[in-house]
Design a binder for this molecule. Structure first.
Ligand code: NAD
Length: 290
């Protein structure tokens, strides 16, 4: 375990920290591990072209680094975190692959279409679509949740997946793979994350339905359901005490590092996963997801 993310993983309690939404990697203490020093590729995605939403930081950055080291070119979509996006681009290019950055709000259907059009004009095709970006916010009471917050969470987390998948489909050939980031909240909703958890349930259901709809086109659709992961999402959307003890109540006793999420995304993207579609891969630190 000497050079794996697990060997270096941080355990709670974490230092007190809070950030504004959407959060920045360089303000996190300890710094997350995206596999920069540990992920080793072996050409499993040679020649493939991938779109990764939320690819600037956290899980998305770890997936971008892993995909690039497996031989894929990457389009990274993100909201506005230019520094984080530039850092991801640096690692993708260091792996010898192309990286295109597209900032903007995926809750806007026109922006989703623009993301796909950019990928097609840069790369010619889309082989892999990773729908990974999400918005969340913590609320103690139902009456504290503004209608706009409810709508924003749905527009960002689930409506965007529909717009992106629909735009990508005509540009995806046989062997295409769509991978959606769900959550343990898909199965075990956290009451203080009501809007977010509800969208995560929808994402799992959307994945299962879309997998059946696209099977005859030989395009596979799956989701990865993470448990707690040490990313900017956490200090920017969760209360102090929750950040301090993040991941403590999971059997493994700590949150995952983003690098520990990348392997299932790689597996689902490869042609080796040709019979896996409609599945949810749980990466939940020992907490069962049934
Ligand atoms: P992160 O903060 O690194 O990534 C979230 C990304 O979403 C950011 O890159 C941000 O740019 C993007 N984003 C947010 N709103 C957007 C918008 N309107 N338009 C475009 N982009 C937008 O956090 P992360 O934890 O790596 O999150 C990635 C995925 O993992 C999310 O789907 C999240 O729900 C899921 N997840 C995370 C955890 C966790 O504990 N961190 C647990 C379960 C699931």
């Amino acid at each position: 375990m000497t050079d794996t993310a697990a060997a270096n993983a941080a355990t709670p309690p974490f230092p007190e920290q809070q950030q504004d939404v959407p959060g920045r990697t360089d303000q996190m203490d300890p710094a997350p591990d995206h596999g920069e020093e540990s992920y080793r590729g072996s050409g499993r995605l040679e020649g493939k072209k991938a779109i990764i939403t939320g690819g600037d930081s956290g899980i998305g950055r770890a997936v971008a680094i892993a995909f690039a080291r497996e031989g894929a070119d990457i389009l990274v979509s993100y909201l506005n975190e230019d520094d984080d996006a530039a850092e991801t681009k640096k690692w993708v290019e260091k792996a010898g692959q192309k990286c295109t950055l597209v900032a903007g709000d995926i809750s806007d259907p026109a922006h989703c279409r623009e993301i796909v059009q950019t990928a097609v004009s840069e790369f010619g095709t889309v082989d892999i679509l990773v729908n990974n970006a999400a918005h969340q916010m913590t609320f103690e009471n139902l009456e504290d949740i503004p209608d706009e917050e409810w709508q924003k969470t749905f527009a960002t987390n689930i409506h965007a997946m529909f717009y992106l998948a629909k735009a990508a489909l005509p540009n995806m050939g046989e062997g295409g793979s769509i991978i959606n980031t769900a959550s343990i909240n898909s199965d075990q909703p956290s009451p203080t994350l009501l809007p977010y958890a509800t969208t995560k349930g929808a994402i799992q259901n959307f994945t299962a339905g879309l997998a059946q709809l696209l099977a005859d086109k030989k395009i596979r659709v799956n989701c990865v359901a993470p448990g707690p992961v040490w990313t900017p999402l956490i200090p920017s959307t969760m209360p102090k005490e929750a950040v301090e003890n993040f991941g403590k109540n999971y059997p493994i006793g700590r949150p995952a590092q983003p690098a520990e999420l990348a392997p299932p995304y790689v597996m689902l993207a490869t042609d080796e996963a040709s019979y896996i579609s409609g599945a949810t891969v749980a990466v939940t630190g020992g907490k069962p997801l049934i």
